[in-house]
Design a protein around this ligand. Structure first.
Ligand SMILES: *[C@@H]1O[C@H](CO)[C@@H](O)[C@H](O)[C@H]1NC(C)=O
Ligand SMILES: *[C@@H]1O[C@H](CO)[C@@H](O)[C@H](O)[C@H]1NC(C)=O
Ligand SMILES: *[C@@H]1O[C@H](CO)[C@@H](O)[C@H](O)[C@H]1NC(C)=O
Ligand SMILES: *[C@@H]1O[C@H](CO)[C@@H](O)[C@H](O)[C@H]1NC(C)=O
Length: 508
């Protein structure tokens, strides 16, 4: 999780497999020597138990249909909930139900705390920053309280390439649980350089029953990283969520579990190892972004999956998301303008065509608009273009765990890029509110193109009209539609974005 030099290694030595094998063979030999009467007695008990559990199961079946898995019907957290507790648990999850556990290092604190300040609001959120050592705290009022992680020097750590901080960080869920905060539904882990879009985090968490065991997060953008750590692992920098009852179960066994995996690399693989012992799989949500890449995030963020944008990480290691400013200024622009106006729609892609001029237009709402010469099918536009490089510099340059496309196959196809400059909410009447976001052309030289068609360079500004749509994610996932509108002003392209209408398709 703590990052800059995740390398290739081989931790697939599995000495811990041996004790299991030894103990299972010895227990089977005990079984053979059981006296006969004991055998029948155990058989009798098992039969009663079986009958009893069968009855429980069938009575539960009467209440729940086959699709009730995510409804708030069966309780694991509260064994005998009374009516008021049941009612409380069924209310939608709010930010106050979430406790953030942030892994931070004392050395980088002065710089990294700026990332936390971008998204954390101490009046409506709870969290703790877990550090390895004391830091001088100044102007930290708006930040979560700082704490020093418990001593982990008694745990063994044998990985040759990383630092034993992984042990301390993997215990943050348990240590946060140990603080005994009330009314917690989810623990959400992140690094000190993780930026959360908390509205969207909530939208994701609300899909899941917090009274059950859930481990929610996402993989790395690097196929190699996923192979070496695990495809079943939530990458810690992208952040992950653990439901309260699962955190409790983890807490009970984690210290013993960690001791069984001294050769693992970091913290998130240690958490996953314990999840595997608990038998809880990763629930993948594609809006958590570890961003194990170098270069520019443009390709990834212009073609975001149809899923709410939840987090971004490694922002020190990639180019600022808006050009000609620092990463911090760029994030401030994103979070103070479009995120405030319509967090659900942030970075959501829509694809449409200016058929008269044979252009393809791809909007990543609140961030960027791309205009291409020529008509590209949506199946191509929804694949990220490779503006970014692989985490492992020597890896295959297409070695991502998703499809990508080249930035341009032909010099004429290099996109014209328009970055968000401003957005405002027009309050004509509250029922017909509309957000107008403006995007200015990034003026960079383009290769010469001899295609006989209008060059997109005649456009300086793109104006996108979109209704705020806070319930976007209460519906089944679907890409928004966009439509090119008549523009009176020369040099301006007007686009309308919103839920697709009956029969509307991205046709070219
Ligand atoms: C339900 O349980 C909670 C906490 O255990 C308690 O505070 C509350 O008074 C109980 N309500 C009823 C109606 O029994
Ligand atoms: C934090 O949240 C409170 C309550 O929602 C709000 O009034 C305040 O403006 C927020 N602070 C910042 C810095 O956004
Ligand atoms: C190490 O110390 C921690 C904290 O005191 C304790 O919870 C844990 O059980 C210890 N682990 C071992 C392997 O002794
Ligand atoms: C970059 O920003 C500076 C200051 O904000 C401005 O003067 C300059 O024109 C910008 N350059 C480009 C290429 O946009």
């Amino acid at each position: 999780m703590k990052d800059s030099e995740k390398l290739i290694w081989d931790h697939l030595r599995v000495p811990y497999a041996i004790p299991f094998a030894a103990s299972s063979s010895s227990s089977s030999s005990h079984f053979k020597t059981l006296p006969k009467f004991l055998f029948y007695f155990i058989l009798f008990l098992s039969l009663i138990y079986l009958l009893y559990s069968f009855k429980l199961l069938s009575s539960r079946d009467c209440h729940d249909g086959p699709f009730s898995q995510r409804r708030f019907s069966s309780f694991t957290a509260v064994p005998n909930p009374n009516a008021s507790e049941l009612q409380q648990a069924r209310k939608p999850t709010e930010l106050r139900h979430v406790v953030f556990g942030i892994a931070a290092s004392s050395k980088l604190w002065e710089h990294r705390k700026k990332y936390i300040k971008l998204w954390y609001n101490s009046t409506e959120m709870r969290g703790v920053v877990w550090l390895d050592d004391h830091v001088e705290a100044h102007n930290d009022d708006d930040l979560p309280p700082l704490r020093i992680s418990g001593d982990t020097s008694n745990f063994s750590y044998t990985h040759p390439l990383n630092h034993r901080a992984g042990i301390r960080i993997s215990r943050i869920v348990s240590e946060s649980l140990g603080l005994g905060m009330e009314d917690v539904r989810w623990f959400v882990m992140g690094d000190d350089d993780t930026v959360f879009v908390t509205d969207n985090l909530l939208r994701v968490l609300r899909k899941y029953d917090h009274t059950q065991f859930y481990y929610i997060g996402s993989s790395s953008e690097s196929h190699m990283q996923n192979i070496h750590l695990s495809y079943s692992m939530a990458f810690g920098g992208g952040g992950f969520a653990i439901s309260y009852p699962l955190a409790k179960a983890l807490h009970k066994m984690q210290d013993r579990c960690i001791q069984r995996y001294p050769a693992l690399y970091g913290s998130d693989d240690r958490v996953q190892a314990c999840m595997a012992e608990l038998g809880v799989p990763l629930t993948k949500e594609l809006g958590f972004h570890q961003f194990d890449v170098h270069g520019s995030l443009l390709g990834l963020l212009a073609a975001h999956p149809v899923s709410p944008l939840v987090s971004m990480h490694h922002l020190d290691l990639v180019e600022p998301i808006f050009p000609n400013m620092t990463q911090m200024e760029a994030l401030e622009r994103l979070m103070s303008i479009p995120m405030k106006l319509d967090s659900a729609g942030l970075m959501q892609q829509s694809i449409c065509y200016d058929k008269a001029r044979s252009w393809t237009i791809s909007v990543s709402w609140g961030f960027v608009v791309l205009i291409f010469r020529g008509l590209f099918p949506p199946r191509e536009m929804e694949a990220p273009s490779r503006t970014f490089l692989n985490w492992h510099k020597r890896a295959d340059y297409t070695g991502f765990p998703f499809n990508t496309r080249p930035v341009a196959r032909n010099p004429c196809q290099k996109p014209f890029v328009f970055y968000l400059s401003d957005a405002t909410l027009l309050n004509s009447t509250t029922s017909s509110q509309v957000i107008v976001s403006e995007y200015q052309r990034h003026r960079v030289p383009h290769p010469e193109c001899r295609w006989r068609m209008t060059p997109p360079s005649i456009i300086n500004t793109v104006k996108v009209y979109k209704k705020p749509d806070p319930h976007l994610w209460s519906r089944a996932p679907r890409r928004n539609c966009c439509r090119v509108k008549e523009s009176i002003k020369i040099g301006t392209l007007v686009v309308d974005v919103g839920a697709c209408e009956e029969g509307e398709v991205s046709e070219f």
